[in-house]
Design a binder for this molecule. Structure first.
Ligand code: AGP
Length: 586
């Protein structure tokens, strides 16, 4: 969470920093700020609470200029979203932007306060600014101060720091939070390459514990022992250059509507490593959120078609359990961003304690996970900007399904047919929009599914709560009688995923049980299923699909339902409250 940008140029950098922040706003939008060193060699900064638009207005009222500057868009961890807590954070002659968490901030604050440094914010980052200032006050150079600070703080960080006493140099560092250097007419640094598109042609990805001193005339990169190292520049990946909303009001709708083509593209460019499953006797899937639901769906496929026992674990829980990984386990890590700290830490736990092969599935080229895995498969969807994952989820499912049925020509053909079926569902937009109007005012919605549609019920509920803020829960339909049925009354819509497949009869009984307790029900089914379900219930009839891949199809109307419900409630669909796309704090 939080996005950072830094630029050094021969021209004013403020506008470019704000454009970079615009691309990073998906990482957090509680507040934003910019700081520069002005022509008098003094740090000037402007900050505003809320979305970037507010910063732009503040900069209109109070313009600042400089050839070197840093910017930040915040997802609050320590301290509320106030101007005082907005980055860049200042201490006399030093200014810092930070993504991550300083874990020893309390101890450091105590020491710095004893030394006379006055704290004006509730942020953990302020200790960094004061620590640097303290070292300068003790006669240290910016380089010495920066190295001392890196050695003193614990936790996670990507930093960019301005020193008035070194007005042409930007100091940057990373540990567990992403940071990339960009090279073009200007020298830039950013949390990810999307912020650099248009500014840089080549990039260098910093690795953990590396830091850099950057000026227009030189870029020096150091490893964790402060030894100068050489890293090669690589061309900026094309998939990070995103092309706007394409005429849609929101990225989320654009990304939902793209799913036919993103799926085709992902499958065309996919190459499952030879012998991937040789000697594999167990699969362990680690992921969070929507990616975790993709993993849950894959378990059905892996066990049925690969005949390999599969465990799926919530990464944030897994790393704090003394989990045992059996010999010959293939670890599959699913992460759209490739940067989710919970997932990376869980992977790190496995890597540090067991010897096993790791395959990562990610949408972001060169993200941290790609450097920690033995194999990487990309969901080639292009950048997903909407905070709620949509097209990357279906692409994850396509990758996982391809892995599961890679030896089965018939099923591979069926899978390749999925984009067409999805496009049929996408053409039902008007119908789905009108269904959204029937849930727009409710307080709670339940989603029921069975088998591989159980994780889709969970994902449908997650999508709805993320963007509409309506309370929603997904359940395995057979499980509701064990408790959740108590939630059902006439006010609670129950959305059931019920294709005409081997689970149809069981699902129909679950529907009857729910119907006996409430009256608001929506069933997603196919033409055959519709003829066998009670006529009076509202149905959305989707194309019939090979039962193995129904998850890929049934999630799409649920994404649209969430989108339209949120839209009707007047929410900012692309930037739902409290969320950020890349979750780099634990
Ligand atoms: C999806 O809509 C969510 N915003 C969220 O659950 C996400 O899937 C989760 O944070 C994991 O992210 P990752 O795939 O980038 O690791």
């Amino acid at each position: 969470m939080c996005g950072i940008v830094g630029i050094i140029s021969k021209h004013d950098v403020v506008e470019k920093i704000v454009s970079g922040l615009e691309m990073l706003e998906y990482r957090g939008y509680d507040s934003a700020g910019v700081a520069v060193i002005d022509q008098d060699g003094v740090i000037d900064r402007v900050r505003a609470v809320g979305k970037l638009q507010n910063l732009k207005s503040a900069l209109n009222d109070q313009p600042i200029k400089g050839f070197i500057g840093i910017g930040h868009t915040r997802w609050a961890t320590h301290g509320k979203a106030t101007v005082a807590n907005s980055h860049p954070i200042l201490s006399k002659t030093v200014c810092v932007v930070h993504n991550g968490i300083i874990e020893n901030c309390k101890e450091l604050k105590f020491e710095l306060q004893k030394d006379g440094y006055q704290f004006l914010t509730d942020t953990d980052t302020e200790v960094v600014a004061h620590l640097l200032q303290q070292q300068l006050d003790r006669g240290k150079s910016p380089r010495e101060a920066f190295r001392y600070m890196l050695a003193t703080v614990s936790g996670t960080y990507a930093f960019a720091v301005l020193f008035e006493s070194s007005p042409h140099t930007l100091f940057v560092a990373r540990r567990r939070s992403p940071l990339v250097l960009g090279f073009g007419e200007d020298i830039c640094v950013a949390s990810d390459t999307t912020a650099l598109s248009g500014l840089s042609q080549e990039v260098i990805y910093l690795d953990d514990n590396e830091y850099a001193e950057i000026s227009l005339s030189s870029v020096e990169i150091f490893n964790g022992n402060y030894e100068l190292i050489k890293k090669d520049k690589v061309p900026i990946p094309e998939s990070t250059i995103h092309t706007g909303k394409g005429g849609y009001d929101y990225y989320m709708l654009k990304e939902i509507m793209e799913q036919g083509s993103t799926l085709r593209h992902t499958m065309q460019h996919l190459s499952i490593p030879d012998n991937l499953f040789d000697d594999v006797s167990r699969i362990l899937i680690l992921a969070c959120g929507t990616s975790y639901y993709a993993g849950m769906t894959a378990r059905y496929w892996f066990e049925e078609y690969l005949h390999i026992p599969t465990d799926v674990e919530i990464a944030s829980e897994y790393r704090y359990r003394k989990a045992i990984v059996q010999p010959n386990t293939l670890v599959v890590v699913i992460t759209q961003s490739g940067e989710t700290i919970d997932t990376l830490e869980a992977l790190d736990y496995v890597r540090s304690n067991y010897n096993c092969r790791v395959l990562a599935i990610s949408n972001v080229k060169n993200s941290a996970v790609s450097r920690m895995a033995d194999y990487i498969l990309y969901t080639d969807t292009g950048t997903e900007v909407g905070v709620a994952s949509t097209k990357t989820f279906t692409a994850q499912l396509a990758v996982l399904a391809s892995m599961a049925v890679h030896n089965n020509e018939f099923l591979l053909r069926e899978l390749r047919n999925m984009p067409l079926l999805i496009e049929e569902v996408l053409s039902m937009q008007a119908q789905i929009k009108s269904l959204a109007s029937s849930i727009v005012d409710v307080n709670s919605v339940l989603f029921l599914g069975r088998s591989s549609l159980y994780p889709i019920a969970l994902e449908g509920a997650l999508k709805l709560k993320e963007v509409s803020y309506i309370h929603a829960e997904g359940f395995a339909a057979g499980e509701i009688k064990h408790g959740p049925i108590a939630l059902i009354d006439d006010t609670v819509p129950v959305i059931c995923l019920c294709p005409y497949d081997s689970m149809f009869e069981k699902m129909s009984s679950n529907i009857q049980v729910a119907l006996a307790r409430g009256k608001r029900m929506l069933i997603l089914t196919d033409a055959e299923g519709a003829t066998r379900l009670p006529g009076e219930i509202t149905k959305l009839i989707v194309p019939s699909v090979h039962p193995v891949f129904s998850a890929l199809l049934y999630v799409v109307p649920l994404q649209m339902l969430a989108y339209y419900t949120a839209l009707m409630r007047g929410n900012d669909v692309d930037k739902p409250r409290n969320l950020a796309k890349s979750v780099t704090v634990e």
